[in-house]
Design a binder for this molecule. Structure first.
Ligand code: AMP
Length: 409
């Protein structure tokens, strides 16, 4: 189904073409017509499904169809948990609205930075405001922004906002909005708290559920390169250079490991930056921006740091070391595979990680093909590692009789 059938105006279709999208993702195919028709929407969707365009495009369409109030009151309010997500949504609003005439005004506000410049920017009025809840409340209480003309409220990543303790702020914000409005709620998970929030907020919502972002079993091609610990850096450089990878996310287990690897990559003329808990917010933001802009080819991240930031999906994710906790493997490889396209997750595995590899395979329920690259093969100090078939749940350790059939006994 092409985008042209969804009812979006020409300037938006041009922006979609500029972005290089040819077909709507499943969430877009469902959300765009629902939002255009003014429905409330409850969507179970994670980052990577194309949900941002799924709500931004129809909202821009609706706003641009109506006449402008010269005071530019906020008509669309988008709440989101983190500054990175807020900035990303702000960029999407600008990108998709680039061909609209007159242009819609949008602003992004979040905490952790000075409030005064934000107050100044809001003075002339904005049509679309993207905000983190705490900072928005501060701005409201200082009369820097009024929310009494909001026509559409969007809660993006609602589960993360609740996890981050924003529920009271969200409720306070909702209390100052007009009663009659359109509400859209996006959440990856549906806990009891989210359910409570949605009841009373959404009126006869259209419910949309799309497959979670690439699960280990689908879309992501997984591969293990067996090698020696001491050869991993050289192997990584070799892979990046011979495959001409331009955007690679590499996971290490420690902050020190991330720093060391970043230095070595830079020495090998592969532009790299590290993000981890010891880096300042500024350093992380600039590393991420450089990575997105293509100035930094390799982003080296620890698990915790990677979870806190929103990185668009990438073609290649490398596990320089396997994670200590197998579940992190699934989070890591979920970073690859763009909306509907295949991604590749490669793990560099040395002898000491064989057990970790088996744990991962047990968790994902399948074995990962093992390969070796000429010149970087695992040396034969340990026996060559055969593929490990997935095992079922562990037998219970009690004195119950064995479940094997009589023939097997
Ligand atoms: P999101 O889930 O909104 O964070 O989007 C994930 C990624 O998919 C972003 O990098 C978008 O630019 C990209 N994307 C969104 N919609 C489409 C589409 N219809 N076709 C291809 N890529 C898309």
């Amino acid at each position: 189904m092409p985008f042209t059938t969804l009812g979006l105006s020409d300037p938006l279709l041009r922006a979609i073409a500029d972005a290089g999208y040819t077909t709507p993702s499943p969430i877009q195919a469902q959300a765009i017509p629902a939002v255009l028709n003014g429905h409330d929407v409850l969507a179970a969707a994670q980052t990577g499904t194309g949900k941002t365009a799924g709500f931004t495009l129809p909202i821009l369409h609706r706003l641009s169809q109506k006449s402008y109030d010269k005071n530019r009151p906020v008509r669309v309010l988008i709440l989101t948990p983190t500054r990175e997500l807020a900035a990303q949504i702000g960029e999407s609003v600008s990108k998709y609205g680039a061909h609209l005439h007159p242009r819609l005004k949008s602003e992004v506000v979040f905490g952790g930075v000075k409030i005064n410049p934000q107050m100044m920017r809001l003075r002339g009025g904005v049509d679309i405001l993207v905000a983190t809840p705490g900072r928005l409340l501060d701005l409201v209480s200082q009369n820097a922004v009024k929310l009494d003309q909001v026509e559409t409220l969007i809660l993006d990543e609602a589960d993360r906002m609740l996890d981050m303790g924003f529920i009271r702020d969200i409720r306070k914000i909702i209390a100052v909005l007009p009663k009659k409005r359109q509400n859209l709620l996006f959440s990856a998970t549906f806990s009891e708290d989210i359910r409570k929030l949605t009841t009373g907020l959404l009126v006869n919502p259209i419910k949309i559920e799309v497959a979670p972002r690439n699960t280990a079993a689908e879309l992501v091609e997984q591969l293990v390169y067996l090698t020696n610990k001491t050869d991993k850096t050289a192997l990584l450089c070799h892979l990046i250079k011979t495959n001409d990878w331009q955007q690679v996310l590499v996971f290490t287990t420690t902050k020190h490991g991330a720093n060391r690897l970043t230095e070595k990559l830079n020495t090998a003329n592969i532009k790299a930056a590290a993000i981890h808990g010891n880096k300042s917010q500024g350093a992380r933001t600039s590393a991420l921006a450089g990575f997105k802009a293509g100035e930094i080819r390799v982003l080296v991240a620890t698990d915790v740091a990677a979870r806190g930031i929103d990185i668009a999906l990438l073609p290649h994710v490398i596990n320089f070391e396997l994670p200590k906790v197998s579940e992190d493997y699934v989070h890591r490889i979920g970073r690859t595979g763009r909306a509907g396209e295949e991604g590749q997750a490669i793990s560099l595995v040395s002898h000491d990680e064989v057990n970790a590899l088996r744990q991962v395979e047990k968790l994902i329920g399948k074995s990962i093909p093992r390969e070796q690259i000429a010149g970087f093969e695992a040396s034969a100090i340990a026996p060559p590692m055969p593929p490990e078939p997935p095992r079922g749940p562990r037998p219970q350790r009690n004195n119950q009789p064995s479940r094997r059939s009589p023939q097997q006994r």
